[in-house]
Ligand binder design. Structure first.
Ligand SMILES: [Zn+2]
Length: 149
């Protein structure tokens, strides 16, 4: 069967990035940026390893995508991220003028939606793609962390 290039396909790639974060003991959030059905950037949370609160998956993916495209604006690009972006990432995405954001799980506490963080007028946002997988991974991480302490 030919794998269609749909939201689920690309969110699976973001989940693979989140798994990599998990393996490193980082809060498992992953992201990819796609243009013309091609992944041009990947990132996963590295805040512990880099001791840098800005090292969220989306921030790294945005930087990598801009490097790849040789321009700061992510026109016609879609970000797939396993967790709803926080205020900082939503802010960076605002500046990037990215066309679309697709997230997996909601983050009711720190996510940009409940905190009313403004997205760029050119940006559309959609959630709930592989939501269960994304939140299960986060739950598994926090349960494991609690058991280690
Ligand atoms: Zn963030």
């Amino acid at each position: 069967m030919i794998q269609p290039f749909d939201d689920t396909y690309f969110m699976k790639k973001a989940l693979q990035e989140a798994e990599m974060a998990f393996e490193k003991g980082e809060i498992p959030v992953g992201a990819v940026i796609v243009i013309d059905n091609k992944v041009i950037a990947r990132g996963h949370n590295l805040t512990e390893m880099l001791t840098d609160v800005t090292a969220h998956a989306e921030m790294q993916a945005v930087t990598a995508a801009s490097n790849f495209l040789g321009g700061k604006y992510l026109k016609d690009c879609t970000l797939y991220v396993t967790l709803e972006p926080c205020q900082m990432c939503a802010g960076a995405l605002y500046w990037s003028q990215i066309s679309k954001i697709v997230y997996g799980a909601r983050d009711l506490e720190r996510g940009c939606i409940n905190l009313n963080t403004k997205l760029h007028p050119k940006t559309t946002i959609q959630g709930g793609v592989l939501e269960t997988e994304a939140s299960e991974l986060l739950k598994r991480f926090f349960i494991q962390k609690r058991n280690l302490n």
